[in-house]
Write a new protein. Structure first.
Length: 318
């Protein structure tokens, strides 16, 4: 009967709390049902074993047990502990410097993209080279160590692909629209493309080989307007800068460039029937030393977070 009637002793320092009592054991033997049988002296056990036996055999009797004791119950009634296992997290493979060559119109947005990317991959460092897409193509095809190339148009990307300096197929990641940029307050009262042809207005455009210059010429052709620019710049940042400094009354850039300039300038919308949609492709480049990082940056740009950052700067989805 020892197996049925034995009650574990619970030595100090274990104390029964309020409402918790060690119940007597009722033995179903020859003494009769319900008779109280004296508990025989138990074999010597460790404090942990003794406590575990009583706790496991008398769970139903344990009323008003505190949280700490309930936790002890779970431990005591469990199976034999397994050897402690150690887990090691897989190190982030995205490390080192990632050189991104990007069109000038992507400057503000890509700086935020780089910050967000590095927050996700703290061992990586994204560096940017912003310039006109045509100038970037020349650098890449001459051996510049670019891991990623983001162009403001497809023709310039095609030049890199045909030269064998892009790895994989380019992916379109954003679109943009043109806008007339003027000084704060629009001193000349410019309302549309036709006003750019007025003799008293000084206009600056991007050079024809630069995407923003090519797009601007397409828009002017659609509107039937002929403009003789004071100068032709190598990227949109130069156009915005000269309008900001008062060196020009107006220029044609992207909606995103006007937005990024803030209160320094303002924009005049170009109707959709005269406007041009600019599509931005991106690809990893062959000359870089960090292809893994390059692919990771492209993937991030195409992710929901990367697209949200672009949208915040006025870019649209493809």
């Amino acid at each position: 009967m020892r197996g049925n009637c034995w009650r574990a002793a619970v030595p100090p320092p274990f104390h029964w709390g309020p409402g918790l009592h060690a119940p007597p054991h009722r033995c179903k033997d020859r003494l009769g049902a319900g008779a109280i049988r004296p508990t025989p002296e138990p074999r010597r056990r460790s404090w942990t074993d003794q406590s575990a036996v009583f706790l496991c055999e008398n769970t139903a009797e344990m009323k008003g047990v505190g949280v700490a004791l309930a936790a002890l119950l779970l431990v005591a009634c469990g199976s034999t502990p397994s050897p402690t296992s150690t887990s090691t997290s897989t190190p982030d493979p995205i490390t080192g410097t990632i050189n991104v060559f990007a069109a000038a119109s992507l400057t503000a947005a890509f700086k935020d993209e780089g910050t967000a990317f590095q927050a996700k991959h703290p061992n990586a460092n994204v560096t940017f080279n912003f310039a006109g897409s045509a100038a970037l193509v020349t650098s890449i095809n001459n051996g510049a160590p670019a891991d990623v190339f983001a162009s403001a148009d497809q023709p310039n990307m095609d030049k890199v692909v045909k030269a064998g300096n892009a790895t994989g197929q380019p992916a379109n990641f954003a679109t943009n629209k043109l806008q007339i940029v003027v000084g704060t307050g629009n001193p000349k009262g410019i309302k549309g493309l036709a006003d750019l042809a007025s003799p008293g207005n000084v206009v600056i455009l991007c050079a024809p080989q630069v995407p923003c210059g090519n797009y601007a010429n397409q828009a002017l052709t659609k509107a039937g307007v002929k403009v003789t620019p004071k100068s032709q710049e190598q990227d949109v940042n130069a156009v915005v800068s000269k309008v900001t400094l008062g060196e020009a009354d107006a220029g044609i850039v992207y909606v995103t460039d006007v937005k990024a300039a803030g209160t320094k300038v303002q924009g005049v919308d170009i109707p959709d029937e005269q406007n041009v949609i600019a599509t931005y492709p991106i690809a990893t480049a062959k000359g870089g030393s960090n292809p893994t990082g390059g692919y990771a940056f492209v993937d991030f740009l195409l992710s929901s977070l990367g697209q949200a950052i672009l949208a915040n700067y006025g870019f649209s989805k493809v």
